[in-house]
Design a protein around this ligand. Sequence first.
Ligand code: FES
Ligand SMILES: [Fe+2]
Length: 460
Amino acid sequence: MSANDEMAAKIVAALPEEMTQEILQRLKEDVPSPLDIEAYKFLGQEDIDFTRYTDPAFFQTEMDQMWSKVWQWTCREEHIPNPGDHMVYEVGPYSLIITRTETGDIKAFFNSCLHRGTKLCASDSAGSKMDFRCPYHGWTWNLDGSLKDIPSSWDFSHVNPADFGLEEAQVGLWGGFVFINMDPDAPSLADYMGVLPGHFDNWNMEDRYVVLHVQKELDCNWKAAVEAFMENYHTRETHPQLLASTNEPSTQYDIFDDHVSRFYALMGIPSPHLGREMSEQDLIDNMLTGDRETVDDALQVPEGSTARATMAAFLRNQFDEDYDVSTDGLADCEIVDTIEYTLFPNMVLFPGLSLPMIYRFRPIGMDPGKALFDLLFLRPVPRSGERPEPASPVRIGVEDSYSIVPGMDPGMAHVYDQDTGNLALQQEGFLTSRKKGQTLGNYQEVRIRHLHQTLDKYVG
Ligand code: FES
Ligand SMILES: [Fe+2]
């Protein structure tokens, strides 16, 4: 046994008595793979330097050596269903046009004119057109990236059209998401994703659609933003209202590949930090913030049943009748629990049905203290196969509450206000601290350390 394995065993032995797997066993619930896998690793105990979040030189290194070499998702395939449909994806200083070509393939082009560099499409724009024409002097490219026209071409005898196709990034598809990688030598998306596609075999992410999409600007480094959602440790202090339905210290943390980690938190089990007894009926009255407005006030836990089972039955019925979606083949835990995967560097996926979120965090421009947080809710496509139009993004500012977003559940809005409310304070605290870095919990915050160790594999 290595020293790290020994340390991991010690840490696991000191965890609270009942963790996720023990509770599921006590409840005799069906726990399908991969939810029955436990993969905690001890990764060290050194502080994480605050300059990693604040130093422009470190930020530049991340841009040069990490962001330009990793796979990152840009849009869903259904955002660009037809030839000519395109959207602009931006991360830090980089800007790419993602488009559907006339053959139906998807390509990604660096959003910069080969004449004098102007962006061909405006930042964050989307639309449909059959060529890309520079707004400055009118150089124009076909959807496949080949050069179409140079006005006054007599003056450019030195330009060989065959050499003037738009510069491309790699494109990879998985689960209905369109990924890009700016590095022509990067490994394939499948290699990069490691165990993740196998873990998602049952969850059919390709058969989901975007119900709601919110983009919020944050006054913090992109890593601080991702990290705010990698642990359940903050729930006791930041979201006290959730303690009545979630046993946060029992949350399980898993480290898989370099790019993949997970937490698994049970719903419908009260926190020991709540400080009062909860009946199963009390529990269901407090469960599943995201479904509060649709939960019938009269939802009763039958004699001998549990809040979890009652909520699962309720949600199965809701999916069946309201959304025309089958939940056959899904266990109760896959319907009610909070299962969160991260794909390095910035994609967060919740495959469970009750809180079906996708997050993305990315730097805005070259300021290490600014990030954009994309929050999407993805629901399964109805049995009819008719795919509803994806919801357009609603962008809100640093000071805005999620409650102003049309269609946002008020309880969920409050949770995201609480989460994002900590981040500017943390970024400011990084700058004033005399202590040089953050001290992480061995177990509950191991995914944060994992993110930094993977980052180090890129930035050296
Ligand atoms: S900069 Fe694009 S056409 Fe001149
Ligand atoms: Fe939170």
